[in-house]
Design a protein around this ligand. Structure first.
Ligand SMILES: Cc1cc2nc3c(=O)[nH]c(=O)nc-3n(C[C@H](O)[C@H](O)[C@H](O)COP(=O)(O)O)c2cc1C
Length: 378
């Protein structure tokens, strides 16, 4: 169900002259509009679904900063028959606003009927595109035959997609990996089954369920999928530099690019990728803009999660945003002690004001992944 969440009247009060005019980009080899079934994306840079990150607040920030053609919710577990459709978790996961559209929502499950019911519920909740998760590699997914375990069962993927397509008029897509593990690269069979049963685009995370996130992506697998299906193929996996995107297009024929982790710490990434790929100047936000963006994000998070939980949830975003700045480690230690929005405002003003006035200086400090990602609640 769509509920009002305050939308900025101008994109984060950012300097509009620096905002890339997506409509001005016209058609470029790498960056261009893209149709996913009946849904037209302004450009082919997509935000990847990320559990614990891509809630409505985060997605709206990505859209307001600019450059992102499609945002996505995190995966939504296929409803159990006994579960009320609009329970609190479902409500938070699917909450959305018009300003972020078009929006993809993602189903996680393996039972065709339950996935179809969930697709119906996501459609009613405001999804423009409904995606099936065939990539989640966690133990629970593997044990229950969901996520990446579906890469071992192309026929089952076909059955799920067929049921989802019958349940909704919205475009249905699939997000796959190259295979369950390195010895079983089934991406072509899974993509073909999905498309034969009505999927209108394939997102390919160019790693198998066995690969670690840091491991190099294997674009040859994306190329194989591209050769096998006649729907858009969107490459995923470390698509966070202009060079990576050029390779995905030149070596694999990707029609679009989906970006995950790199976007967590850098809301300006999408517009800077557009800039790099279209020969426009890059945009470097001032310290004050960073602070204002953080304040804006926090306001949205408070609306979504309330004060007590919101302060905890905001930690991970804050540490990602501030990573690499001088003095970030001391800032992080102080941030852990804040208990309410007033303390958040005071601390961020102090930190960014200090950076701006040169009172905080020194070399760039980089937090470890543990120090950033493990700091938040989820
Ligand atoms: C914290 C986290 C949560 C994720 N949650 C999901 C999810 O809900 N659904 C999904 O399809 N992929 C999920 N992924 C995988 C990403 O969508 C993406 O495929 C992966 O991070 C590789 O892209 P990247 O190299 O740009 O990060 C998640 C990844 C991370 C790091």
């Amino acid at each position: 169900m769509t509920e009002p969440i305050e939308v900025a009247s101008s994109p984060c009060a950012m300097d509009m002259t620096h905002r890339l005019a997506e409509q001005g980009l016209a058609v470029d080899r790498y960056i261009h509009p893209l149709s996913i079934g009946s849904v037209r994306l302004q450009n082919n840079l997509c935000l990847a679904p990320m559990a614990g990150f891509t809630n409505v607040a985060f997605r709206l920030i990505a859209k307001e900063v600019g450059g992102c053609g499609l945002v996505a919710t995190e995966m939504v577990a296929a409803l159990a028959r006994t579960q009320p459709v609009h329970d609190e978790r479902f409500r938070v996961l699917t909450r959305n606003v018009a300003a972020e559209k078009p929006l993809a929502m993602q189903v996680y499950g393996r039972d065709p009927e339950l996935c179809a019911e969930t697709a119906r519920a996501l459609d009613a909740a405001g999804a423009d595109i409904i995606d099936l998760n065939c990539g989640c590699p966690v133990k629970k997914a593997k044990q229950s035959g969901c996520g990446v375990a579906l890469m071992r069962e192309p026929d089952q993927v076909g059955r799920i997609i067929k049921a989802m397509v019958a349940a909704t008029a919205k475009p249905v897509t699939v997000k796959i990996r190259l295979g369950f593990d390195n010895a079983n690269r089934t991406m072509v069979a899974v993509a073909q089954q999905a498309v034969d049963n009505g999927a209108v685009a394939v997102f390919v995370h160019a790693r198998t369920g066995e690969s670690k996130h840091g491991q190099a992506v294997d674009l040859s697998g994306v190329a194989e999928v591209k050769r096998a299906v006649r729907v858009p193929v969107i490459a995923n996996g470390s698509m966070d530099t202009a060079d990576a995107i050029r390779h995905a297009k030149d070596d694999a024929g990707a029609d679009g690019y989906q970006i995950g982790r790199a976007a967590c710490g850098d809301p300006w990434l999408f517009r800077n990728l557009l800039a790099d790929l279209t020969g426009s100047p890059r945009y470097t936000p001032s310290y004050d803009e960073r602070r204002r963006l953080l304040e804006r994000h926090f306001k949205l998070i408070l609306e979504l999660f309330g004060e007590q939980r919101g302060v905890r949830v905001m930690r991970k975003y804050t540490f990602f945003y501030c990573n690499g700045l001088p003095g970030v480690r001391a800032f992080r230690d102080r941030f852990h002690r804040i208990a309410n929005p007033a303390e958040f405002h005071a601390l961020t003003e102090d930190f960014f004001g200090g950076l701006e006035r040169g009172l905080i200086h020194g070399p760039a400090e980089h937090l470890t992944l543990h120090e950033t990602a493990e700091s938040g609640e989820e």
